[in-house]
Design a protein around this ligand. Sequence first.
Ligand SMILES: *Cc1c(COP(=O)(O)O)cnc(C)c1O
Length: 388
Amino acid sequence: MKIREEFLPYALPSVSESDVQAVVGTLKSRWWSKGPRTIEFEQRFAHYVGAKHAVAVNSGTAALHLALLAKGVTAGDEVITTPFTFVSTVNTIVHTGATPVFVDVDPNTGLIDAGQIEDKITERTKAIVPVHFAGQTCDMDAIMQLAQKYSLFVSEDAAHAVYSTYKGRRIGSIGDATSFSFYSTKNLAVGEGGMLTTDDDALAERARVLSMNGMEKNAWNRYNRGGAWKYEVVDIGYKYNMYDLTASIGLSQLERLEGMQQKRETYAAIYNRMFQNIPGITPLEQVPYSTHSWYLYVIRVDADILGIDRDEFIDKLTEYNIGTGVHFLPVHRHPYYQMHFPVAKDSLPGAEKLFSQVISLPLYPDMTEDDVYYVAKSVEEIAAKHAT
Ligand SMILES: *Cc1c(COP(=O)(O)O)cnc(C)c1O
C-alpha cells in the first residue's frame, strides 16, 4: 500500500460557511459576551434533547462541576463513577470535596458495569456519575433504579453522547442532570464550551447563578436598555458561563448536527464492515439498548494474536501517517490519583484490560470516504504483517 503524504489527524472539528458567518455576525453585533445568542442556544439545545432547562457554560468540565455543586455535593460525600473516562469527570468530584469511588467498566464496551454499583454504595454516597463512553449510553434503567432505591443524584457525563439515545430517549432527558462538552473534537464543537441540562427548576437556577460568580442577574439584563444596574451576589460562584461568540458556533453546529452525524454513521459502518474478520482486531461491542453518536471509533488490539502490542500498533499507524488517540488512561493510574485516592491492586480489571488494548481511529465528518478506507486498509495490512 502506498503511504499517504498528508498526515490524517484522529479528530478535527467540522467547519462550514454557516459557522463562519455565524461568528462574523456575532462579532459585528458587538455583543460578544453572554447574551441573546447564548440564551437562544440554551433554548434550542434544551428543546433538542427534551429537557426543561439548559445552562450554557464554558466547558463540559464546568457543567460536571456545577451539577454536583448545585445539588450540594460536598466534603464527606462519596460519588460513584468509572475510571475509564477523561480526568475532569473525576476532578470535578474532587473539587467539591467529595471522594470519588470507582466502579469498573465492562471490558467489551468501556461502559460502567451497572451490576457492580450497588456493592459500592454506602451511607455517604450522594451521587452517581455514569459516563457514556465513545457515544454509547450506560444502562440507565439499572442506574436510575439504584438511584431511586438509595435516593442518589444521577449526573450523567454525556461529553461523548450529544446525539445518543437510550431506549429511544435522547440523552439529556434521563438523569437528574446531564453534562455535554463542545470541545473542539466533540460531535458538536464550539472550541471550548459545554451545557448542563436538567428538568429540575431549582437545580438549573442554582447552576446558572453559580456559573456567573454567584450573581443573580447576568450582564445582558444589566446593560440592556431598561436593565437595572443592580445585582446581588447570593452565592460563592465561578466564572463558568458560555459567551455569544461560541454560542453562535453552537447554534450553527446544532443546525448541522444531523448531517454531521450521518457522515459519522456512514464512516463507522465502513469500519465495522472492514474489521469484521481481521484476527487480533476487535471493535468495541455495541450494546442493544443504545444508539451510537460515534464520537470515537475504538478498536481493541490483541497482542497475543498480533505479536505486537497497542503501543507498537500505534507506532505502525503513525508510519502510515495516521493519527490516533487512546481513550483513556484510567483515572486511578494518574500520579495524583495514585497518591490521593489509591485503589486496591487488580480491583479494576475491566478498565486495565481495555486500556491496554484500545486505539481510537480517525472518525469525523470532514474526512473523506477515501480517508476511511485508507485507515481501514492500513489496519488490515499492519495486522496481516504481524499476525502469528
Ligand atoms: C471532553 C470530555 C470532558 C470534558 O469536556 P471539556 O469541555 O473539555 O471540559 C468530560 N468528560 C469526558 C468523558 C470527555 O471526553
